[in-house]
Design a protein around this ligand. Sequence first.
Ligand SMILES: NC(=O)c1ccc[n+]([C@@H]2O[C@H](COP(=O)([O-])OP(=O)(O)OC[C@H]3O[C@@H](n4cnc5c(N)ncnc54)[C@H](OP(=O)(O)O)[C@@H]3O)[C@@H](O)[C@H]2O)c1
Ligand SMILES: *[C@@H]1O[C@H](CO)[C@@H](O)[C@H](O)[C@H]1NC(C)=O
Ligand SMILES: *[C@@H]1O[C@H](CO)[C@@H](O)[C@H](O)[C@H]1NC(C)=O
Ligand SMILES: *[C@@H]1O[C@H](CO)[C@@H](O)[C@H](O)[C@H]1NC(C)=O
Ligand SMILES: *[C@@H]1O[C@H](CO)[C@@H](O)[C@H](O)[C@H]1NC(C)=O
Ligand SMILES: *[C@@H]1O[C@H](CO)[C@@H](O)[C@H](O)[C@H]1NC(C)=O
Ligand SMILES: *[C@@H]1O[C@H](CO)[C@@H](O)[C@H](O)[C@H]1NC(C)=O
Length: 631
Amino acid sequence: MELKPGLSAFITGGGSGIGKAIALALAKKGIFLTIVDFAEERGKEVASLAEKDISKFHSGLKFPPAQFVWCDVTNTSDITAAFAKHLDTYGGLDICINSAGISSSIPFKDDKTNSWRHTINVNLIAVIDCTRLAIETMLSGRRPGVIINLGSASGLYPMYMDPIYSGSKGGVVLFTRSLVPYKRQGIRVNVLCPEFVQTDMGLKVDPKFIDITGGFLHMEMVIDGAFELIQNESKAGSCLWVSKRRGMEYWPTPTEEAKYLVKSSNARKRYSNITKYNIQLPQSYEKIVVHTLNHNFRAATSIVRTQFKLPIGPHDVLLKVIYAGVNASDVNFSSGRYFGGSDQELSARLPFDAGFEAVGLIAAVGASVNDLKVGTPAAIMTFGGYAQFVKVPSKHILPVPEPRPEVVAMLTSGLTASIAFEKAAQMDSGKVVLVTAAAGGTGQFAVQLAKLAGNKVVATCGGQEKAALLKEMGVDRVIDYKAENIKAVLKKEFPKGVDIVYESVGGEMFDLCLNALAVYGRLIVIGMISQYQGEHGWKPLNYTGLCEKILAKSQTVVGFFLVQYSHLWQQHLDSLFQLFASKKLQVNLDPKKFLGLGSVADAVEYLHSGKSAGKVVVCIDPSFDQQMSKM
Ligand SMILES: NC(=O)c1ccc[n+]([C@@H]2O[C@H](COP(=O)([O-])OP(=O)(O)OC[C@H]3O[C@@H](n4cnc5c(N)ncnc54)[C@H](OP(=O)(O)O)[C@@H]3O)[C@@H](O)[C@H]2O)c1
Ligand SMILES: *[C@@H]1O[C@H](CO)[C@@H](O)[C@H](O)[C@H]1NC(C)=O
Ligand SMILES: *[C@@H]1O[C@H](CO)[C@@H](O)[C@H](O)[C@H]1NC(C)=O
Ligand SMILES: *[C@@H]1O[C@H](CO)[C@@H](O)[C@H](O)[C@H]1NC(C)=O
Ligand SMILES: *[C@@H]1O[C@H](CO)[C@@H](O)[C@H](O)[C@H]1NC(C)=O
Ligand SMILES: *[C@@H]1O[C@H](CO)[C@@H](O)[C@H](O)[C@H]1NC(C)=O
Ligand SMILES: *[C@@H]1O[C@H](CO)[C@@H](O)[C@H](O)[C@H]1NC(C)=O
């Protein structure tokens, strides 16, 4: 923030010491001031001194360039009124300096009157309260703001002669450092930690102690520190230590910070480096919308042309879609089943965007998105993937190394297997893992991941072709239920039972799996596809004796729903892609080509025809597909 005439600042403890010095320095820049203090005479004096300087920058003001407001900062209603008065006089708040502070008068262990509580109230509680009110006031003015809380060097290291003071300032330091996220709303909160300055408070300190710290710090350095925290836009949650010996130094140092910050597994940073693709934004783009609620996808949807609304929102990202995934639930989505509610409520949502999953390139980022770059490949698992471009909140973007169609298959199906094995199954190695519907979308990932982790894998499926595919993927024992009885095979070949079951069939299969579970076994409920039939959703089953069974064998039956693990999507997508890139993981795409938005309805119908094998993907931008295949 540039210190320029016309801004306004609110300063607690502005009647003396550091608060006064900063106030007068701001006045010399023509900044309007509200001086808040408990000492009326001194506060008024500062306001009138400041007034002379501020007036040099302005003429014909209809309000006082500086005002004094008497206030006990520990009294919330007093400070609330003071902030309101500031807003009323100056129409906004740009800078807030919380400088009011006191030291303890007696050692805390001899403190029979509890006066130490007052020290904490003034030094810490009031700072929290004033920070809260300052943020509120700044947001109401819709302007960026800077708050500086006065910590102290004794908030960074202990001060044996006044543990209460040191404790309160340590609190201010970590409170302020925790406020980094407000930067996103345009508000930077920083803490300034000077060593001893020759103020009323500093003069109370034992001179011997001042000497060993190198003597009193000059007030000019404190002001320089405050100005740097105000002016440098990169400072948010920053803690600036100012000492006579070492000058200005940010705390913690990068070395200290590296010790406690887990080195970011932040994919956004890692991917900031990869080859960017060139992207041209056209004037308009096409997308598929559901205009009529209908289970027939073709009848329910149409392609519409839309103008870009630029610029996009500050936290949004525009993704150019290259491949979109076809999902069995697309037809349930177009019939409105995903939203629920009355027919009237459903119709009110129309038209809405279709498509569940896509991969493409970042085509534009909002003003506040600084960890994603245009041209980076990325995936999404949000509605609206059947479009040439889709706008999504930045947090939904999953960067990937390459915009490949296989990524689309990795999303729902791959992530479910990967995360469910880690979190729900707690899978390690050397176990027997049973996967049902193993040739299906998620089943294929499950068998391969279980195998890669070093387990013996048993897989069920219906049909020779599927059985052959599973064999090729390294499954140890494939049970084709059209040819063999699953129960008999398990009983004979795995008499001790299986340790982990990845179960997505439900109904009788669930019962069968439960009965085949070993002592300490874990059965993961991924879905119950056999129960989904019928226009009226699925039938919940009764599981008589379930508790008795799992009790007798110390077993676990655990549900898994991908949506509840979104915080792990990026990490698991990264490792799936790595496995795929290093050819350890096979991703099966259906060989049939669907090109352009116009072929989405064909692709949806193809999926439901039962002829597909592997993930059905539509190439939304065929020209990109051609470029890639030439490379
Ligand atoms: N782990 C698994 O794999 C699995 C899967 C499915 C079912 N099950 C078990 O099978 C049973 C039925 O399942 P569901 O899917 O049909 O469940 P559901 O539809 O959610 O019904 C659960 C029933 O339990 C009753 N209930 C809930 N909390 C209760 C409480 N504190 N005390 C007494 N009754 C309570 C409810 O009746 P009110 O709310 O009207 O009181 C409700 O009728 C449940 O025991 C469930 O845990 C287990
Ligand atoms: C806070 O101040 C107001 C008015 O200045 C006063 O009425 C109130 O009693 C004070 N509250 C406390 C807790 O001291
Ligand atoms: C702001 O601080 C950063 C980090 O300490 C520094 O690199 C940069 O030069 C500073 N900017 C200005 C304008 O002083
Ligand atoms: C960027 O790429 C270089 C060379 O490939 C690599 O050494 C560096 O670590 C990468 N940086 C990031 C942030 O990934
Ligand atoms: C389709 O998408 C939904 C929602 O993301 C997901 O729950 C479901 O598992 C997906 N189905 C397939 C076959 O990918
Ligand atoms: C989704 O639609 C299919 C095809 O009509 C139907 O068989 C299935 O029961 C529906 N699933 C859900 C969860 O509504
Ligand atoms: C489950 O048990 C309840 C209560 O005994 C019964 O009303 C219901 O019909 C049973 N459902 C099934 C699918 O057997």
